[in-house]
Design a protein around this ligand. Structure first.
Ligand SMILES: [Zn+2]
Length: 383
């Protein structure tokens, strides 16, 4: 079975509506391509503040939230489940067998608590900086210990360039190709000195694996249940990770997925005469309670300015939308979803900021919306 997936998502307790954008896109694509949607979730390697929440409770809440938005994947795939972890050794063995893995002794800078662990030779500082420079010393911001140099063996992964990878929208192809060239030009350290809870053996030596690598190979465990990744949905902001995910998925299943990149949607809290916006109002739950599924999803659809890396969605558009919702719903009474599966190129031409804005304008004026557009409305609103 070939499916649509997002990159593994780390569930949040109270996400803003924009956090659900990838899941929303995957849901729409799945409805219109008639392919099943499987949502991978990332629980491993979560930050300290999130660790206090019981993962099962977090999972349940998140599932309920998506359900209210009409997002009901045929399956969830948790990276912390035995369903996935059982196959990690096998996946690493395969990568090793194919020559993508090498063990090498390198100098690592590490702190006492294990949060900071970076290659001493690296020029790239990790994002979300976890250490500080103080009086010429590098210190971990969590445990405050001075980083020490350790000589150790680590696993390095270097992935092959995947020429056939199809990137959509076409406009982002050049950028993605360049990113892929960069990402495939260096080896990526996938093991950790600290005990991450998941280890593998290579040549009788035990290595703990980086949690980020563990979610990256989730397509391998899916394959054990004959689930093959056909389409990967990701925000353009996670371009590098999305590319690595697609390459790994191709190595495992021999299927080259299509990578669909949607803009990273930010809310622009425009103040207008009608409303004094507060950011808390844009939590997915608050918006759902206030406006319901259809309106929330149309608002999410307005963020689909394909080809842009980032897109600022004016919150005032929500007001404009809430004024038209009755007209929009009137139109939707008789709408039926397209019977034939659509191609992704076709879907992004039909579902985007412009077409949805036009739909709202026409509905407000009680003017006719094309039959073609009407047939995809149910997919947009999650009917
Ligand atoms: Zn530390």
């Amino acid at each position: 079975m070939e499916v649509v997936v997002t990159l593994p998502i780390a569930p949040k307790i109270q996400p803003e509506i924009t956090f659900l954008e990838s899941s929303f896109v995957a849901d729409v694509i799945s409805r219109l391509t008639k392919k099943q949607f499987i949502l991978p979730l990332n629980f491993l390697g979560r930050s300290h503040s999130e660790k206090v929440v019981d993962p099962d409770l977090l999972f349940c809440n998140y599932k309920n939230l998506l359900n209210r938005f009409g997002i009901n994947p045929s399956r969830y795939w948790r990276d912390s489940s035995s369903e996935h972890l059982l196959y990690v050794q096998e996946a690493v063995d395969l990568l090793n067998h194919l020559g993508f893995i090498k063990i090498s002794r390198e100098k690592i800078l590490k702190c006492d608590c294990g949060t900071v662990e970076i290659l001493a030779s690296t020029k790239l500082l990790p994002k979300g900086k976890v250490y500080n420079f103080l009086n010429g010393e590098k210190k971990c911001i969590l445990c405050n210990s001075v980083l020490k140099l350790v000589d150790t063996e680590s696993i390095f992964l270097r992935l092959p360039f995947l020429k056939q990878l199809k990137i959509l929208p076409q406009k982002l192809d050049k950028r993605a190709q360049l990113e892929m060239k960069n990402s495939c030009s260096y080896s990526w350290r996938i093991s950790r000195i600290r005990n991450t809870g998941v280890s593998v053996e290579i040549g009788n030596k035990q290595f703990y694996l980086d949690p980020d690598f563990l979610w990256m190979i989730i397509s391998f465990s899916m394959l054990q249940k004959r689930i093959k990744v056909n389409t990967v949905i990701s925000s353009s902001r996670s371009l590098r990770k999305a590319i690595l995910f697609c390459i790994l998925s191709n190595i495992f299943s021999k299927i080259t997925p299509t990578l669909l990149l949607h803009p990273y949607v930010k809310l622009n809290y425009s103040k207008d005469n009608f409303w004094d916006w507060e950011t808390s109002q844009f939590k997915a739950t608050s918006l759902f309670n206030r406006y319901g599924r259809y309106l929330c999803r149309i608002f999410q659809g307005l963020g689909l300015n394909w080809g842009k890396l980032e897109f600022s969605l004016e919150t005032s558009r929500l007001f404009w939308l809430s004024r038209s919702i009755n007209n929009l719903l009137d139109l939707n009474k008789s709408d039926r979803l397209f019977k034939k599966p659509l191609e992704i190129e076709d879907i992004i031409n039909k579902v985007n900021t412009n077409t949805i804005s036009e739909f709202i304008t026409l509905s407000r004026r009680r003017e006719k919306v094309s039959t073609e557009f009407r047939s995809i409305i149910p997919a947009i609103i999650g009917k």
